[in-house]
Write a protein that binds this ligand. Structure first.
Ligand SMILES: *[C@@H]1O[C@H](CO)[C@@H](O)[C@H](O)[C@H]1NC(C)=O
Ligand SMILES: *[C@@H]1O[C@H](CO)[C@@H](O)[C@H](O)[C@H]1NC(C)=O
Ligand SMILES: *[C@@H]1O[C@H](CO)[C@@H](O)[C@H](O)[C@H]1NC(C)=O
Ligand SMILES: *[C@@H]1O[C@H](CO)[C@@H](O)[C@H](O)[C@H]1NC(C)=O
Length: 341
């Protein structure tokens, strides 16, 4: 090799190493937890939805697991409910059913009855006691969620099926109740390619049980206050958006949560993986199951908060991946770190 050629070769090699190095560094950097945190507010509310589309349970503390919130042993000694661990699905095609189609589902309450049973209540219905299903005794199957994603479920039996069919459809069959024991993670790769390509931090690691996409949803109360100002006299509350975590603080700008890459509350650390795109569900009043006649808050939100992502739906709140599990409590300070890339 001539001296000129070897110098050229060396420079090219150096350039390649530099480019690859920078790429690896960037990729690694994206996933590294930050060292410095900024306090922005406090944890104001903690909500757990035992049944997808059902009524919320308001907690003062929760165990934040990889698949979402769970009651603590201090609060519920014999059995701890998980967020969206139960789901209603159609007997015929195993498609999930929600309050989008059946608003009265938002009034269904789930509680722990004893170590083996849940108690389920709804207006005009007698209490249903459901034996907590186990893989050995109940039928395992798959149900279909958004985009036809197939998710594992354990069926809760015929008595639960007829109770849910009666309350929701007014007849004795048609719907069934499914339970997730948190023994498996979801796989978004087959059905959510477009979303996975667009949101670079979103991966299977962010999935929960029967939540729409990720295990935890966070909303800043200020964002709701701003939305209500825009709507005018509005009865829209943060509960219309069904978040798990509501934060508030005097220094929080509306929608500031969009720019938070990392969030630390109590012992837990979260990664912001996606803005939360909203649907017709938000127009259903969570306390009396009536639909807003003006299609609010969706109508106003569409005017100024449409997503640039694959779905052009309006945005409220952020979808989080749990990167460090742990206990979180109402009143805990909320720390954030902005994106490093
Ligand atoms: C998912 O989590 C596992 C285990 O913590 C980790 O090794 C992997 O890199 C994560 N994958 C992504 C895409 O973040
Ligand atoms: C809100 O309601 C009050 C009293 O009902 C009324 O005076 C006011 O004009 C309303 N504001 C808007 C923005 O609709
Ligand atoms: C939440 O919104 C409030 C009200 O706009 C704002 O003052 C506060 O900074 C926001 N909090 C965060 C953490 O963005
Ligand atoms: C449901 O609650 C909302 C908000 O409080 C109220 O505006 C609406 O009239 C209620 N609907 C019924 C049927 O009670």
């Amino acid at each position: 090799m001539s001296p000129g050629a070897s110098t050229l070769f060396a420079s090219i090699a150096t350039a390649i190493v530099a480019v690859v190095g920078a790429y690896i560094y960037q990729k690694k950097k994206r996933d590294m937890m930050p060292w410095t945190w900024e306090e922005v507010g406090t944890l104001k509310k903690l909500h757990l939805y035992p049944l997808k589309s059902g009524h919320r349970l308001e907690l003062s503390q929760a165990e934040c697991t990889e698949v979402g919130l769970r009651q603590t042993k201090d609060d519920e000694k014999v059995y701890q409910l998980r967020d969206r661990g139960l789901i209603v699905y159609a007997e015929k095609d195993h498609e999930f059913r929600t309050a989008r189609t059946y608003p009265k589902m938002v009034l269904i309450d789930v509680a722990v009855h004893d170590e083996d049973h849940l108690s389920i209540d709804a207006p005009t219905m007698r209490t249903l006691y459901v034996k907590i299903p186990s893989k050995s005794e109940n039928k395992e199957s798959t149900i279909k969620l958004h985009e036809g994603e197939e998710i594992y479920t354990i069926d809760c039996g015929d008595e639960a099926a007829s109770w849910f069919s009666r309350y929701i459809l007014g007849r004795d069959s048609g719907l069934r109740l499914g339970y997730h024991d948190a023994s498996r993670r979801r796989d978004l790769k087959k059905t959510h390619k477009t979303i996975l390509n667009y949101y670079k931090h979103l991966s299977n690691n962010a999935t929960g049980l029967y939540q729409d996409l990720t295990s935890v949803l966070l909303i800043n109360q200020s964002s709701i206050n701003d939305l209500n100002k825009r709507i005018g006299n509005s009865s829209v509350t943060v509960e219309n958006f069904r978040p798990n975590i509501v934060v508030d603080g005097p220094c929080i700008e509306p929608y500031a949560e969009d720019s938070w890459a990392w969030i630390k509350i109590g012992d837990a650390i979260f990664r912001n993986v996606k803005e939360c795109t909203r649907c017709i569900m938000t127009t259903i009043n969570p306390e009396n199951a009536t639909r807003n006649s003006d299609n609010e808050p969706l109508k106003t939100l569409k005017k100024y908060r449409a997503s640039n992502g694959p779905s052009k739906a309006p945005v409220m709140g952020i979808n989080l991946e749990v990167r460090k599990t742990g206990l979180i409590k109402v009143g805990d300070p909320v720390f954030i770190a902005k994106s490093q890339d």
